[in-house]
Design a protein around this ligand. Structure first.
Ligand SMILES: Cc1cc2nc3c(=O)[nH]c(=O)nc-3n(C[C@H](O)[C@H](O)[C@H](O)COP(=O)(O)OP(=O)(O)OC[C@H]3O[C@@H](n4cnc5c(N)ncnc54)[C@H](O)[C@@H]3O)c2cc1C
Length: 379
């Protein structure tokens, strides 16, 4: 049953599409706008690793968000598969294997193992023959590896396609390619401008990834999100042992897919809105993966993907309503963990909009936390 509530979502990446699906399956009338095709921003470049215990520092708010969201993934996938019948989305608990190639890296991973033990997180330390037996693709120079079995991988392109399909089946209207640059809140409505046209909604969610600061909300400050480029290789394995886990080193990580391809990520480059792949970026990743997994030398290079990670100053998302414009909700700035955090983000936003429930996580993600502090300059 459709409610009369009308919500506009600006951006159809993994975040916008997850929110659209979550709201629409509860009866909200959603219109989702994207200036490109759905998923064609950072999401198409993503490696799809769900690994909070590698990505976040011990005790950090990001770790708390990541652990919460990881626990939601099985239910999230079950819901998407149910609402988008026939969609094939590869999602697997492959675990991660974080490999040390030097004594310094070994000491660092050993410290991480002690911390995981103190937190009660399942893990395993592997070295010597045990490591070779478990992961024959890893370099024989490895000084040990930390395995975290609960980490997972998901095919993000297929996921966004399924989310959009599910959302459409629940009544979401997808308007592409359409860029929204101006939003104005009146008393009980929000006006979205498309060229000279004005469209009224009850609420607006801005999920425009790295481009979020280009969307202006009259009377609100520029949103402090900026692009950090990531390049990622798509290899096809031919000879030699193929990795079965998501294998991490200090200079790259790899993601194995059941079709025989392996992703190698990723560069971290502060180059503005430049979405080109570069010789230097590709070379950096090829060198790193050859040191980590020597049989990568025989693989073919099928594609290079490039995406702009939406970064904030503290690397936490900008999530929550604007205090000055409570009908405008930001859901952006997920930086390196937008895929991991998609289920939690959709859950927080949909509970906020439908039940008025303020999740405690909003205290660390609220957009106004940068209002008095340092900001990225406007463009
Ligand atoms: C190489 C690489 C590897 C990554 N690996 C991982 C990983 O393993 N795990 C993980 O969790 N995260 C990973 N990430 C990060 C993750 O991809 C991002 O955090 C996530 O995709 C952000 O999703 P989003 O929907 O906010 O942004 P996007 O996917 O960029 O979507 C934003 C959308 O908004 C649209 N848009 C922008 N402005 C407007 C406008 N004004 N009007 C209309 N539409 C607009 C864009 O066209 C775009 O489609 C990786 C990123 C990169 C680049």
């Amino acid at each position: 049953m459709l409610s009369e509530r009308r919500v506009a979502i600006i951006g159809a990446g993994v975040i916008g599409a997850s929110i659209a699906d979550a709201l629409a399956c509860r009866g909200v009338r959603v219109t989702m706008f994207d200036m490109r095709a759905p998923g064609a921003g950072a999401s198409q470049a993503s490696a799809g690793v769900l690994a909070p215990f590698i990505e976040a520092k011990p005790g950090s708010p990001l770790l708390a968000l990541g652990v919460r969201s990881l626990a939601m993934w099985d239910g999230f996938m079950a819901g998407v598969r149910q609402r988008a019948p026939g969609s094939e989305v590869e999602y697997a608990r492959t675990g991660t294997l974080d490999v040390a190639l030097s004594a310094g890296e070994r000491a660092h991973l050993k410290t991480a193992a002690v911390w995981l033990a103190s937190e009660g997180v399942a893990h395993e330390w592997l070295e010597g023959q045990a490591l070779t037996t478990r992961a024959p693709a890893v370099s024989s120079a490895a000084a040990g590896a930390l395995c975290i079995p609960d980490h997972r991988i998901v095919n993000v392109t297929a996921l966004v396609r399924a989310l959009v399909h599910a959302a459409r089946l629940s009544g979401v209207v997808c308007v592409t390619p359409t860029e929204i640059l101006q939003v104005d809140q009146a008393k009980d409505t929000v006006e979205v401008r498309i060229g000279d046209e004005r469209h009224l909604f009850d609420d607006v969610v801005i999920a425009a990834g790295s481009w979020t600061r280009r969307v202006r909300v009259s009377g609100a400050p520029v949103f402090p999100v900026r692009p950090i480029r990531g390049q990622l290789l798509h290899l096809r394995w031919s000879d030699g042992p193929r990795p079965a886990h998501s294998i991490w080193g200090s200079r790259c990580y790899t993601v194995p897919w059941s079709d025989g391809s392996v992703l190698v990520g990723a560069t971290v480059e502060d180059v503005g809105f430049d979405e080109r792949s570069t010789v230097a970026g590709v070379r950096e990743l090829l060198d790193a993966v050859s040191d980590l997994l020597p049989s990568a030398a025989h693989a073919s290079l099928e594609a290079v993907r490039v995406g702009l990670r939406p970064a904030t100053l503290d690397h936490l998302p900008l999530l929550g309503p604007l205090t000055s414009h409570p009908r405008v909700v930001l859901a952006a700035g997920h930086y390196r963990n937008g895929i991991l955090l998609a289920p939690l983000t959709a859950d927080i936003v949909s509970r906020l909009m439908l039940e008025g429930e303020r999740d405690p996580a909003l205290e660390v993600t609220k957009p106004e936390r940068f209002e008095a502090g340092p900001r990225y300059s406007a463009i």
